[in-house]
Ligand binder design. Structure first.
Ligand code: ARG
Length: 571
């Protein structure tokens, strides 16, 4: 039996009790929250409901409790303070929860098709740190959505169609199209740009190249395809190093929408949404005003007939709704594109491209800052290539591991360094609230104390080494653990909260909740480990405690895997 989402199970029971008590449909402010410091869970919002009903809150709480059926789950509930209800689960129920293999989160109550738009670099240049957050966060949320039982369709909306491609293709043609030239895309881009700015005839040919490309000229297409393939293989090298699950088949590039763009404009016209402004086709909506309150246009076709980033995004909404059958579309794109997405969503609704039943969600994130509080850059002020950043992460982790455990074989230290270095970079990003800026700090992220990947990975190795020391094969452990000591109870409660944590991350697209959870789990385990001897306990207790260790290890590894972080057996 898969583990239950306890929070939603309790919420259902409370809702039923409120109906039975004649309070009508549950007040939306009434919700259940995990409150380990006051009992296990607490019903909140009774005070607000009482106010609306003009009733005494404690008395209202009492009448909910009178109808609350928690048999087999919890001790009789109690009114607390001004009108809270505290729920304390029975030890028996808790132990059984933790028993239903931690890794198995129940299927989603309503299985949805969720389209996740993430990573999406522009292929003109190599991936740099600006792409890190979207890639890492989008990948973690995709895995969590799958674990929560949803169908996920990943969409890597790479930029392969903009005007810079004319410049790059022309330069590629002039220099000879072989992969050596493109081994370093960044340098190639700089050289092409230099030529473009200095040489008017070249610039002229470059502009003609874009027109040829977008018009379907076969030769331009072949050259472009070669360029795109090489650039995508650069991205894939980064994904591979990062342990990101994106595949070539997840790429749905901007160019894929080229043929759909005229239809977008026609439909907008048919919906009466188009206005001609200075030769361009625009949509003006009342809710978008610029500086000085003048209406702000969303331009969908330029006066020269060219289409824009916005037009492509409107076509993409249509494709995701009509063809992919999305119930939710999530965009992991940095906060600077907030206005763009607000406009796209509003226009898509007005034009009927996305019915209200489809949820359109921009999940923005802040920038990555250096320790000086400024955008993260190389020492000489350049953009940091992702591949270089990952090399550095592994090098630093290697030094750390070698210092901590010099006796391990070199090859093992290398593979631990990979897990720890890459894990540290990813975790540092995932553990902060997604929408704030965050400071990229090697020392903090590689520290073995605090809310870091190395701390969690190390906690995991402690459990593995306990099994080794006791010559126990964790896979062979069966049965249900029992709860005796207080530290066992808090560990059990934390384990039981795993499914609701997954559900919360799936709903909010905020992976830091899972990080906070895993950090707390590690802390609870450490307390248990200090207070409850395992290997030296008498046989029945030893067997039960080994099961707690096994559940903890399973949950830790499962959670870290959802975050895209590897575990190792020793470090
Ligand atoms: N390529 C874009 C950029 O680098 C991000 C694309 C995000 N996704 C989208 N559907 N607009 O800014």
């Amino acid at each position: 039996m898969p583990a239950e989402n306890l929070k939603s199970l309790l919420e259902q029971r409370v809702t039923a009790a409120m109906r039975a008590a004649g309070i009508g449909d549950a007040d939306p402010s009434v919700a259940v929250a995990a409150r380990p410091e006051f009992g296990d869970y607490q019903v909140n919002g009774i005070m607000a409901a009482a106010k609306a009903l003009r009733r005494n809150p404690r008395e209202l709480a009492g009448s909910v409790i009178a109808q609350l059926d928690l048999v087999g789950l919890a001790e009789p509930a109690e009114v607390a303070g001004p009108g809270f209800i505290n729920i304390r689960l029975t030890a028996h129920f808790l132990a059984a929860q933790a028993d239903s293999a931690a890794a198995l989160v129940g299927p989603a109550r309503q299985r949805q098709t969720v389209v996740v738009d993430y990573s999406a670099p522009n292929l003109a240049k190599e991936m740099h740190v600006g792409h890190l957050r979207s890639t890492i966060i989008g990948d973690a949320v995709s895995r969590v959505l799958v674990a929560a039982g949803h169908r996920v369709v990943k969409q890597n909306h790479v930029g392969d169609w903009g005007t810079q491609f004319g410049m790059l293709l022309q330069y590629l043609e002039d220099t000879g199209a072989d992969s050596d030239v493109l081994a370093d895309l960044e340098t190639f881009y700089q050289a092409a740009k230099l030529r473009f700015d200095a040489d008017a005839a070249f610039a002229e040919r470059a502009r003609a190249k874009v027109v040829a490309l977008q018009g379907g000229d076969a030769e331009a297409r072949t050259l472009w395809q070669a360029f795109v393939d090489i650039s995508l293989s650069h991205c894939e090298a980064v994904y591979h190093r990062l342990g990101v699950s994106l595949q070539r088949s997840d790429v749905q590039a901007e160019s894929a929408y080229n043929d759909a763009l005229p239809g977008v404009v026609t439909s907008l016209a048919a919906a009466g949404l188009l206005t001609q402004s200075q030769g361009a086709q625009c949509v003006f909506l009342d809710e978008f005003l610029g500086k000085g309150d003048e209406p702000l246009p969303l331009i969908v076709r330029k006066s020269d007939g060219g289409y824009l980033y916005s037009t492509t995004d409107l076509a993409a909404v249509r494709y995701r709704v009509d063809t992919l059958r999305a119930d939710r579309i999530l965009y992991f794109v940095d906060a600077r594109q907030t206005l763009h997405f607000r406009q796209i969503f509003a226009v898509a609704r007005k034009a009927g491209f996305a019915p209200v039943t489809v949820s359109l969600e921009h999940h923005p994130f802040g920038s990555m800052l250096g320790r000086d509080g400024r955008p993260f850059r190389t020492r000489d002020g350049g953009v940091v290539k992702l591949i270089d950043l990952l090399d550095e992460a592994e090098l630093r982790a290697y030094a750390l591991v070698s210092e901590k455990n010099p006796s391990l074989a070199e090859s093992e230290r290398r593979s631990i360094a990979r897990a720890v270095g890459i894990g540290a970079v990813k975790y540092a990003d995932l553990s902060k609230h997604r929408s704030s800026d965050y400071t990229f700090d090697w020392d903090a992220m590689l520290s073995f104390d605090g809310n870091t990947a190395p701390y969690l990975q190390y906690a995991y190795t402690r459990i593995v080494s306990l099994f080794e020391k006791g010559q126990v094969a964790p896979a062979d452990l069966t049965g249900t653990p029992v709860i005796e000591a207080a530290a066992e109870r808090s560990l059990a409660l934390t384990l039981a909260r795993y499914p609701e944590t997954i559900a919360m991350v799936a709903d909010t697209a905020l992976p830091h909740h899972l990080c906070t959870y895993l950090h707390e789990l590690a802390a609870r385990y450490m307390q248990f480990y200090e207070q409850c001897p395992v290997l030296t306990a008498e046989p029945a207790q030893r067997a039960s405690r080994l099961l707690w260790c096994q559940r903890t290890a399973l949950t830790m590894r499962h959670g870290l895997t959802l975050l895209g972080i590897e575990t190792v057996d020793r470090m």
